[in-house]
Design a protein around this ligand. Structure first.
Ligand code: DC
Length: 217
């Protein structure tokens, strides 16, 4: 159950903007809970793939989501007692996640699960619609961006570390295409809240971004 007494800071923005890093640093600094909402969508998608549920079958997906047990601790993720930390990060799961997250019924079915992370002493919530839909009463809403070129470079570095080669030009193209789709979807589009603090992290390191957030909280 959500504890409305607990303060919330939301960090929304596109993939590669550095949200995950900043949210983790901020939660550690404040000693608050951390919600990686993308991981929740990813667990649901990975479970659907494993169960062979068609990714457009909203009714079956909602039924599956209601039966899921998820657990997050020490940077690891468990589903129904099984560790799925790596399985939720594969390109196949990422693709399935982007499809199921466009279904209104799926987003509604995952709302309470996300809000349950709001506990004392406070919550840092990372996602796409944290400040606009899930925690509209957050005390601080950050919208983190970076240029497609910088985000592609960060993604390239991440992939190389996993031994995967990808061309920067292709990555820039993919990122622009995904931004277009995410920003124009009819439900919970990627969009800053009207009262969001906008931070462009293109020329900033994580400590500088953290400093800006702490100055405004
Ligand atoms: O942040 P991420 O890369 O783990 O997100 C995975 C996918 O889930 C991505 O396609 C966007 C979607 N997502 C969403 O629609 N809403 C959120 N609050 C978080 C993620």
């Amino acid at each position: 159950m959500e504890n409305k007494q607990a303060p919330v800071i939301t960090i929304d923005g596109p993939a590669g903007s550095g949200k995950g890093t900043i949210a983790t640093l901020l939660a550690q600094h404040l000693g608050w809970q951390l919600l990686d909402s993308g991981a929740i969508y990813r667990v649901a998608a990975q479970a659907a793939l494993e169960a062979g549920i068609p990714l457009e079958d909203a009714t079956a997906l909602v039924e599956l989501i209601q039966s899921l047990e998820m657990h997050f601790a020490d940077g690891k993720v468990w589903r129904n007692g099984q560790e799925v930390s790596l399985a939720i990060r594969t390109p196949e799961t990422a693709d399935a996640t982007s499809r199921i997250s466009a279904l209104p019924a799926v987003r509604i079915a995952l709302m309470d699960r996300q809000r349950a992370f709001r506990q004392l002493p406070g919550l840092v919530a990372d996602g796409r619609d944290m400040g606009t839909v899930i925690f509209p009463d957050a005390k601080l809403k950050v919208f983190l961006t970076a240029s497609p070129e910088i985000r592609a470079e960060r993604r390239h570095k991440q992939l190389s570390e996993q031994g995967i080669y990808a061309s920067i030009t292709a990555l820039i193209g993919e990122i622009k295409e995904r931004d277009e789709r995410d920003s124009n979807r009819s439900i919970a589009p990627l969009r800053p809240a009207a009262d969001a603090l906008m931070i462009d992290s293109s020329q900033l390191n994580p400590e500088q971004v953290l400093h800006l957030i702490l100055q405004n909280q």
